[in-house]
Design a protein around this ligand. Structure first.
Ligand code: SF4
Length: 225
């Protein structure tokens, strides 16, 4: 069986403009406040993790479409879903001769399961299903540091989580209020977050205490006898 043909030019022209980026799903699942700061307030700051991630994505994006054996491989493929109002790019999509479509998302770091990565991959799968009319049953996260793939089954539960997250993100981004910082047990994520100095989670968490202290600072002292 030969390498499948995929005419990407037929798809690229129709990408919608008013859509949520696929990466917003990843950010929202990591921390709703981070998602709001980036997508509603336009804040962004790199740290070693985001720089590594960007370099890795750029390296993959520079690769050209090619056939590998019987598999057609597309790099940096634009994808979208009109139904969910999502758009973005898949780092890699494999088109197998048996008809299977297999997205692969590149992440720096070691092989480790992060639900936000799975959510982003499932969103890519939903976009590809809508674009091609074919089911996307599986995909993978490629962990650059360990050079290993972690296969992810695109379950109905995962797809439903994408639909719900897309709705929640819209509500959050359209709201006037930035979500609060992460609390225990999730606050450990703040250590690797590039927006930590902008977000100031400790200061925001301390705000009610500071407010109480501030009140007492201006309370008049009792009259002395
Ligand atoms: S520092 Fe923590 S609470 Fe603030 S945006 Fe980053 S992950 Fe969210």
């Amino acid at each position: 069986m030969g390498c499948p043909v995929f005419n990407r030019d037929a798809y690229e022209v129709t990408v919608m403009e008013e859509t949520l980026p696929l990466s917003a799903l990843n950010q929202y699942a990591y921390c709703p406040r981070r998602c709001y700061l980036i997508h509603a307030e336009g804040e962004f700051k790199d740290n070693v993790h985001t720089i590594r991630g960007t370099l890795e994505h750029e390296r993959v994006d520079r690769s050209h479409s090619r056939g590998q054996g019987n598999i057609r491989i597309e790099y940096a493929l634009p994808v979208w879903s009109d139904t969910l109002g999502l758009s973005g790019r898949c780092d890699v999509v494999e088109f197998h001769p048996d008809g299977a479509i297999y997205p692969v998302e590149y992440k720096h770091g070691k092989r480790k399961r992060w639900i936000n990565d799975d959510l982003q991959l499932a969103a890519q799968a939903l976009c590809l299903e809508e674009m091609t009319g074919k089911p996307v049953a599986r995909g993978a996260i490629f962990h650059q540091q360990s050079k290993r793939r972690r296969e992810v089954v695109i379950t109905e539960t995962l797809k439903q989580a994408v639909r719900e997250a897309a709705k929640s993100i819209r509500i959050t981004l359209n709201g006037a209020k930035c979500p609060p910082p992460l609390q225990t047990p999730h606050s450990g994520r703040c250590g690797e977050c590039s927006l930590r100095t902008i977000c100031e989670p400790e200061m925001v968490g301390a705000a009610p205490v500071l407010s109480d202290i501030a009140k007492t600072l201006f309370e008049p002292e009792e009259d002395l006898p």
